[in-house]
Design a protein around this ligand. Structure first.
Ligand SMILES: [Zn+2]
Length: 69
């Protein structure tokens, strides 16, 4: 079942489920990179899929990408 995400729903999700803020003002689809502002003040780009499904809800400084082994 695919849930259809709209910009306002995404912004709501970001506000409720993370300490980051959504800086992008438009959402065009799951492959689009959105601009976020981390709680530490760093801006970072990520697709909403990664943000939501992979729990990547902070910038690379606060949450370094996992190294693949
Ligand atoms: Zn950060």
């Amino acid at each position: 079942m695919n849930k259809r995400w709209t910009y306002s729903k995404i912004r709501e999700f970001v506000e409720k489920n993370s300490e980051s803020k959504l800086l992008s003002t438009e959402y065009h689809g799951f492959s689009q990179k959105l601009l976020f502002k981390c709680a530490c003040g760093t801006n970072f780009e990520k697709t909403f899929t990664k943000f939501k499904n992979n729990n990547q809800r902070k910038c690379d400084v606060c949450q370094p990408p996992k190294e693949s082994r």
